[in-house]
Design a protein around this ligand. Structure first.
Ligand code: NI
Length: 258
């Protein structure tokens, strides 16, 4: 893999020149520079899912037509998920929900409702813990397999889509996904709906940037999402957008054969 190779070359390069420093009169920066580059490259590559550096994700769909995909992360939530589903129903909108395994376990009736109403579900890890991105391949595999199992128990479906928590990607996650065969789904519109409080401002930005084929990142775990959707959906519908699942937008199957 290209990214891993760069990574190892930079590390070897640093060791090589550090070694030479002790024996020969080599410029010190030749040893430090690769390490510096490494420390700059890794965070940038990890935090920018759109760079596809450690693993390839899908960030948008077919730009022809008028389809757009709303995606909701971190649910199901006992208060907000059902309200989100009510609004989607009102506007005849379909969406994709990236579920956290431990929430799935706690609120199976919400998972059932999401699927019954024609929306798509995908995995968003089991714990979504703050330190999840330090996990090695084995830890990631557990996150992925446990979530798959919980969803399978409730719906009889094996999910194909996975959204990396925090949008962070690492070589360990990449190798885990290679083993499980999940498809990583990113986004091309990040709304920051969990951190910004001004719903009007968030919506103006989404509407201004809206293009056919968009995958829009939202969350169904906070109060503002209700007002946000009630204002956003009619506005986008007025601009002729229709709301479809990610699988319809990218023409993929959302579930795999068991
Ligand atoms: Ni999340």
């Amino acid at each position: 893999m290209k990214s891993k190779l760069i990574f190892y070359i930079l590390i070897l390069d640093s060791f090589f020149f550090t070694g030479l420093l002790f024996y020969f009169d080599v410029k010190w920066y030749l040893a430090v520079l690769p390490l510096l580059v490494l420390f700059i490259i890794i965070p940038i590559a990890s935090f920018n899912i759109q760079l596809n550096f450690f693993l390839k994700s899908i960030h948008n769909g077919n730009p022809d037509g008028n389809k757009t995909a709303l995606t909701f992360d971190d649910g199901p939530h006992p208060v907000y998920t059902s309200q989100v589903l009510d609004i989607l129903q009102k506007f005849n909108a379909k969406a994709t929900f990236f579920l956290i395994g431990q929430n799935v376990k706690q609120y199976p009736y919400l998972v059932k409702r999401i699927v019954d109403e024609g929306h798509t579900i995908g995995s968003h890890s089991f714990t979504h813990s703050k330190t999840i991105d330090f996990k090695h391949t084995k830890g990631w595999l557990r996150e992925l397999e446990e979530t798959d199992l919980e969803i399978l128990k409730i719906t009889g479906k094996k999910v194909y889509f996975f959204r990396p928590p925090f949008g962070v990607t690492t070589p360990h996650l990449a190798s885990a996904l290679k083993k499980t065969g999940h498809l990583s789904i990113g986004w091309n519109q990040r709304t920051y709906d969990t951190v910004l409080n001004d719903v009007g401002k968030i919506n103006r930005k989404i509407i201004k940037n809206a293009r056919p084929g968009d995958i829009i990142l939202l969350h169904d775990r906070h109060e503002n999402i209700i007002t946000l959707l009630e204002q956003l959906l009619p506005e986008l519908a007025r601009k002729n957008f229709t709301f479809v699942t990610v699988n319809e937008l990218i023409d993929e199957k959302p579930y795999t054969e068991i």
